[in-house]
Design a protein around this ligand. Sequence first.
Ligand SMILES: CC(C)[C@H](C(=O)O)[C@@H](O)C(=O)O
Ligand code: SF4
Length: 462
Amino acid sequence: MTGHRTLAEKIWQDHVVRPLDDGSDLLYVDLHVLHEVNTPRAFDDLRAAGRTVRRPDLTLAVEDHNTPTGEGGREDLAGRRQRDLIRANCAGSGIRLHRLGDPDQGIVHVVVPELGLARPGMTIVCCDSHTSTLGALGVLAFGIGTGQVEHVLATQTLPIHRPDDLAVEISGVLPDSATAKDLALALIARIGTGGGRGSVIEYRGEAVRALSVEARMTLCNMSVEAGSRAGLVAVDDATVHYLRTRTGARFTDAEPRWREMRSDDGARFDHVVHLDAAQVGPRVSWGTNPAQNLPLDGRAPSRSDCATEQEWATTQRSLAYMGLRPGQPMRDVEVDTVFVGSCTNGRIEDLRETASVLSGRKVADGVRMLIVAGSAAVRRQAVAEGLDRVFSVAGADFRPGAGCSMCCALNEDRLAPGERAASTSNRNFEGRQGKGSRTHLVSPRVAAATAVTGRITTPQDL
Ligand SMILES: CC(C)[C@H](C(=O)O)[C@@H](O)C(=O)O
Ligand code: SF4
């Protein structure tokens, strides 16, 4: 099919097995990824239906959410059950599983690109919303629910309606003080947690081109916090270079095809949002959803910042949960814990940025700093580069394990009720990092600077 197509449309059309009566399409899935949460019931239902996994060779599983990251760490009872189930289910179906202790274990969205398994033009689905991360490689990748997991296990296809195309055009040059995380937060603050609902975001423009592939993953990762299904970035030299380092010479023939994975000039998007990167600086969340964030030199909102009584009521609820005063300068907010990690910011470049700020400095007294590599491979790389030394000299706890850790509190890494963290993860919902926990979403650089002073800080402040 020709014409002026968007990138999402190209990948979609390449994968339609057949249109369905209700207006959706039956889409072919190139790779199906699983983790231990949300999959046990899918396997139970599959067995109950008397079916088997159709393409174990196109299915991959990892252990990440429940995995302990400390020395001799243990899962809790629920975590152990889920771990045992994914092991039994994968063994019983011939599915490759990267379990705790395996050299390729880690957070699913970090491991898949690392292993060269996410390549331009593919469709990848996983039982996890942040599958959107892989869009940075020109892959149409999105999260699915347990029922859909069963369908994909059984058929390697998925009935689904095609989402709208939303172009996020990011012009200008991102200031040195800001990162892809800040871009993502600025976008979500602007369009809201529902601003991307029903759509796939394609990130475009010179500011996106200027980002490394890993930084593009950070941006695509947070697409779901704006309500989008997926994020996408067109393939360019940086993408091809990244893939070469991951796949060697294995896919040389595919390179011309990879390079077609961009929207045609003149392709029409259903919605367009413009953002000027030059206006984006370091940001921090003040509230209990990712859209409630502002420039770090700002103040927590007060009545005059709210357009309506209803907005003020919502704002007051978030402020109360977060233990902040209206109008409180964000730089005055003190934290107990700093967490660097997650599928948003747990890759090697994130650890390098963290180390560059921590180098020659100390974590403030009374502050606990947890650094958790997104994968075992990221951790090995960090050690090879000597980042582990920087972390330990600074007094940070660079965990021996890899996984979701304190992003989601489904393991032993948790905040106590009322505790406050600066965190490089992607969600600041009530209780996200432990019951009664308070989360401020920030970039790795801001996290590191905050660890040094014990209050929300940018590296430029040090
Ligand atoms: C546990 C999983 C289903 C969930 C997700 O879908 O994103 C988790 O990874 C999260 O980040 O909240
Ligand atoms: S690191 Fe956090 S956001 Fe990413 S998959 Fe794990 S729990 Fe979800």
